[in-house]
Design a protein around this ligand. Structure first.
Ligand SMILES: [Zn+2]
Length: 148
């Protein structure tokens, strides 16, 4: 799913959360985590292409899946377990719950649009496949690259 779609969806979710809880905290936390989880793509880009970050090249690389490996450190169901435990231990603090909601909706959307299986967004599952792009995403959403 593209950044603009995550931004739009996160805005809607945050608006709904604000209407329900009358809290800027949960709304902001949900929006920020729902969008900026994708910053781990920058880390993958730097790992494969070095520090010469060119925004235009970054988005071309990102959208065409020009990676050998995809670590995606923040894209992991494992983080949701941690944030759920943290939310529970803090009696569902609105900031922490907002982060949990933002991460959850982002991973669900990425799974639906990008992943061949929900396991793709398990860090452990990807690690067991060496973080290889095609072993983890099995070509989806980069099927057009296989025929090239
Ligand atoms: Zn994502």
């Amino acid at each position: 799913m593209k950044l603009q779609h995550h931004t739009a969806f996160s805005l809607v979710i945050s608006g709904i959360l604000f209407m329900i809880f009358k809290s800027w905290g949960i709304a902001i936390a949900s929006f920020v985590s729902g969008v900026f989880i994708d910053l781990d793509h920058v880390a993958d880009y730097i790992r494969e292409y070095g520090w010469s970050l060119n925004i235009k090249k970054f988005f071309r690389v990102f959208h065409n899946g020009c990676f050998n490996k995809v670590i995606l450190l923040l894209h992991g169901w494992e983080w949701l377990l941690l944030w759920t435990a943290l939310a529970w231990f803090t009696s569902w603090n609105l900031w922490i719950t907002g982060i949990l909601i933002g991460l959850t909706q982002h991973l669900i959307l990425d799974t639906y649009y990008n992943a061949p299986t929900p396991l793709t967004y398990s860090i452990v599952w990807r690690m067991r496949r060496g973080f290889d792009l095609f072993a983890t995403f099995q070509g989806k959403p980069f099927k057009h690259l296989r025929t090239a």
